[in-house]
Design a protein around this ligand. Structure first.
Ligand code: UDP
Ligand code: MG
Length: 139
């Protein structure tokens, strides 16, 4: 079943000129980029996006990192897109990420792990409209 997921290229990826590298992996895997945008999150926007983690010890550091520079947000579409994008990304901690995944190949550490992906249909349904309005999702 075709579905959509939210992708972010995080500040460490944008800073190291890895936008093209990540987007090429997405397209090579057969996922379609339906919306794409570069922006810098405010503190309030980063806190809102990661509100599910607000009680976690890494929250403040994560928000500080996510606002440290621009990010790229994208909506990806395809059969089973949520799981396929998570598979391309690899495990949260690059030390545990499988060979050939983005995080294994490109990430710096568990925080600066280069990419984000929605983890379920419900979260994708919240995260996509956080960045893209209806008209921007028509691609
Ligand atoms: N994170 C961190 N330390 C941790 C766990 C997570 O800094 O111990 C950061 C990391 O950038 C991660 C984000 O918080 O991508 C969100 O964590 P989550 O568990 O949702 O991982 P993800 O879904 O991104 O794999
Ligand atoms: Mg997550």
């Amino acid at each position: 079943m075709s579905e959509r997921t939210l992708c972010m290229i995080k500040p460490d990826g944008v800073e190291r000129n890895l936008i093209g590298n990540v987007l090429t992996r997405i397209e090579t895997a057969g996922l379609r980029i339906v919306a794409l945008r570069k922006l810098r999150l405010t503190t309030a926007q980063a806190e809102g996006f990661y509100t599910v983690h607000k009680e976690r010890p890494f929250f403040q550091s994560l928000v500080s990192y996510m606002t440290s520079g621009p990010i790229v947000a994208a909506v990806l579409e395809g059969d089973n897109a949520i799981a396929r994008w998570r598979e391309l990304m690899g495990a949260t901690n690059p030390a545990n990420a499988a060979e050939g995944t983005i995080r294994r190949d490109l990430a710096l550490d568990v925080e600066r792990n280069t990419v984000h992906g929605s983890d379920a249909p419900e979260t994708a349904g919240q995260e996509i409209p956080y960045f893209f309005n209806t008209m921007e999702q028509q691609g």
